[in-house]
Design a protein around this ligand. Sequence first.
Ligand code: AMP
Ligand code: ZN
Length: 486
Amino acid sequence: MNQALKIQNTLTGKKELFKPLTKGFVGMYVCGPTVYSNVHVGNVRTFMSFDMIYRYLLHLGYKVRYVRNITDAGHLTDDDSEDKISTKARLEKLEPMEIVQKYTVDFHEILKQYNLLPPSIEPTATGHIVEQIEAVQQILDAGLAYEVNGSVYFDVLKYSETKNYGILSKRIIEDAIENTRALDGQSDKKNPQDFALWKRAEPEHIQRWSSPWSDGFPGWHLECTVMSTKYLGAQFDIHGGGMDLKFPHHECEIAQAEACNNHAPVKYWMHTNMLNLNGKKMSKSTGNSILPEEIYNGNNKILSKAFSPSVTRFFMMQAHYSSVLDLSNDALLAAEKGFNRLMEAIKTLESIQTANQSSVNIEAWKQKCYDAMNDDFNTPILIAHLFEAVKFINLINDKKESISTDDKMLLKETLEAFTFDVLGLKNTSNSNDNSDKLNGVVELLIQLRKEAKENKNYALSDEIRDKLLEKGIQLKDSREGTTFTL
Ligand code: AMP
Ligand code: ZN
């Protein structure tokens, strides 16, 4: 079986053969959420993409240590603003750690709904303050940082004398210097490109720790350098995150690690693309977002009905992780149809009759599935091959093709491995989840109510609507027809 996995490496801009630093083992670090608000479906897409990558590496037999952090301190919008968790704590009149707890629980709950595997280690920034202070000291000792008024900044210009700040994002430091405004005197920084390693806390700032420089807190970029080094070593295989983290976050991580260890921290940098809504990046701060539970309880103004987490997951897996994806009602409806067809075929496969000989080439089909995934985790191509299997399962069932017992076993094993283990879809074909049946029954009642209305039997049509509401099912009438939410 061909298992030569290739990965698109942002660092080199090339699709490269994946060779882990230690044979058989993979160290992977993914930037986790800042736990100051509910995760939206865009965030879920990024974590789901890395879950699929993690699952495929496990499927190939690698022993993977997957580290995904929780940012629970120090995430500044820019170096001179308040950090996100403190702002939220002030607005909601809660302790910062109450904010952290609330949204960490929400994050875990949502990822469980979408069938994401937990990472091997989920470290927090607040749990690694000592290590972060040590790293600041190391960077100061290397002459690549300076202290002003109790805050410590990374000296990007000094670093750029010997190293390439911009190696990942391909930004040219000289251009950046020319194009940025001079500092307005409000900042302690020598240059606008410099970034905070440690910030002195203002009196009202609750999250604070003592350090050699001030009572303060670490800069956002530092935690990832420190936690990835601690759990995966000074050099590890894969580092991932959403595209929007490439600069400055990941660029700063590289600079910090180079300053501490004098070599590049990561072999393969991977970046996932954004989920869009209404043609624009989904984002909490602009209000252009939808929450995961609003999709599966149907309680939103964008979609005509509820869609299960598996259907949403299938919808996301139909796009390559590095492509922009647009969330829309039509796309989810199409994904639901496709997902149901796949589940039906998996059920049909159980009972199809075998023959002495196969007329379909299962080995060749299986190889195509691996080829797709080995080509930088190409899930849309993999799904196209899964539908090829759906087609021949139905043909075999109709006695137009045949399959041997051994091939049937191989087909079942491979189809289920890719569908459930690698894509992470949940098997609804043999579960006790009756949501499909419930949807069918409600659709039937909607149809009967429509007929009652056409016959001017308004008493009956109102009764159907009211009785459904009593059971927690709300009908919504519009020009396009009637939809429902649970
Ligand atoms: P944050 O909590 O803001 O640091 O975001 C957590 C992760 O979600 C990061 O890796 C972001 O790149 C990613 N992310 C944010 N918005 C989107 C989006 N619209 N689509 C996909 N990923 C996103
Ligand atoms: Zn990070």
